[in-house]
Design a protein around this ligand. Structure first.
Ligand code: AMP
Length: 172
């Protein structure tokens, strides 16, 4: 895990002053480390009956699709508004200034399916909290766990999330 952590680059003041942006592109560019990252998630979830891995736009897609392939299950896209072509459900959430929203296709899951939600970074938790609400409000499925490549613990994003298992491979 130390090698994976070392491949994540911190860019100060991006995209705005004061943000320490965690850049995963060096990790993605290293086939061995990217593979080890997916294997770590795979080991955690093999044999647990996961049916669908949900990825949150945009970097969540990268990990969710690779993990879904590794587990031999499907993946599902949670996207920013206006990107999904079929009938959608939408969940809005508060930002520091204004609101944002996430959407999912209305036929994303079948009742009773077991879902894993995956994103790259747990920061304030707003996006993933909205994603969980989106899923729980519209589908009769079980969210088995919410996973992240990394958690920025000082932002206390976990406090925004409902009482579900949460796991991050790396913590800052
Ligand atoms: P949040 O809703 O605050 O938990 O963050 C939403 C998304 O923004 C995360 O899934 C990340 O993709 C991205 N993000 C937030 N903070 C950072 C950061 N410091 N470095 C890189 N990505 C970030």
């Amino acid at each position: 895990m130390e090698q994976i952590k070392a491949a994540i680059r911190t860019i100060p003041d991006f995209p705005t002053p004061g943000i320490q942006f965690k850049d995963i592109t060096p990790l993605l560019a290293d086939g061995k480390l990217f593979g080890q990252t997916i294997e770590a998630f795979k080991e955690r979830h093999t044999g647990k009956g996961i049916d669908v891995v949900v990825g949150i736009e945009a970097r969540g897609f990268i990990f969710a699709s690779a993990l879904a392939y590794a587990l031999g299950v499907g993946t599902c896209l949670v996207r920013k508004p206006g990107k999904l072509p079929h009938t959608v459900h939408r969940q809005t959430y508060e930002l520091e200034y204004g609101t944002d929203a996430v959407e999912i296709h209305a036929d994303a899951f079948r009742p009773g399916q077991k879902i894993l939600v995956l994103d790259d970074v747990l920061a304030t938790g707003g996006t993933v909290a909205a994603t969980v609400a989106l899923i729980q409000n519209h589908f009769e499925v079980e969210i088995a766990e919410i996973d992240f490549l990394m958690e920025l613990t000082f932002l206390n994003g976990r406090n925004k999330l409902p009482n579900l298992p949460i796991h991050a491979l790396i913590q800052y």
